[in-house]
Design a protein around this ligand. Sequence first.
Ligand code: F6P
Length: 327
Amino acid sequence: MNEVSTIGVFTSGGDAPGMNACIRSVVRTASLRGYPIKGIRRGYEGMIDGDIVDLDGFAVSSIIQTGGTILKSARSDRFLSEEGRQKAAEQIQNAGIDGLIAIGGDGTLAGALVFHEEHHIPCVACPGTIDNDLFGTDETIGFDTAINTALASIDRIRDTADAHNRLFLIEVMGRDAGFIAAHSGLAGGAEMVLIPETDTDIAEVKTRIHKLMTEHRRSSIVVIAEGDELGGAGDIADAMRADEKFDDIELRVCILGHTQRGGAPTARDRVLASRLGKAAVDALISGEHGVMAGVLNNELVLTPFDVIRSQKKTINREIIELNEIIS
Ligand code: F6P
């Protein structure tokens, strides 16, 4: 078992609200336990470049309430190569770091797994992504904030949709997963929710929405995950506009995009991030390596990287059915 003496923490991939709360928890727990802690800036990119700064408890004051990440983030193509990872390993060794805490999503975990296997540097991860698509935790850091941000927009759009008797197609983030769409759509009372996890038949979508718009309601909202197999909101709008029965229906598209990534984290995300940051440090210093800290049924759990990477987190069927029944 490799003993850890100096910890390096970094955020990688798409930023998520609550990453700062997690950094704060990691830094303060490590400091309290007597471990020097360094911040690696810009994720794996900064690791390769040796962009590393000293941190202490004061450096993370007044960040629990902020979105983004004080350590910056990046998506790194260089880290995909053995050469890039070799350079990263040398840089962290030069900085005296012998234990890592990675905060990020699927790509970050993939990088951590291969790095851990190749270079045997002790590493523990915290799940940070608005997408919520990581096995081993009920929720990822940033998901709760993202769905509340999307919900605030959906509520606003509902007002204007009602005022003009319009149909709105609202696209939310989620390249490979429909968690944001399923949850914000349910909470926002969307008339339909389209997600990659369920087969979407465009003919059925058009028939249902047309019926709603002409026979029952005066406005409708369809929430679409960007990764739906039919495409995003723009593609679905094109399919509707090409159908003459939609000629008299006023249709608008709204893509919420990166608004969902920013903003102050919710209390729920701050608490989750704080719990996971501390759990990750404690795991690292007690010799539990190659694992991700998560919360399942309100219990802290550690799950090996290879299990996280090989298992797909599924959306609760009940949420999907609920959307179908009460929308
Ligand atoms: O993985 C988080 C995420 O926000 C996805 O939902 C989205 O598809 C992607 O990142 C966008 O990435 P980028 O900011 O690099 O364009």
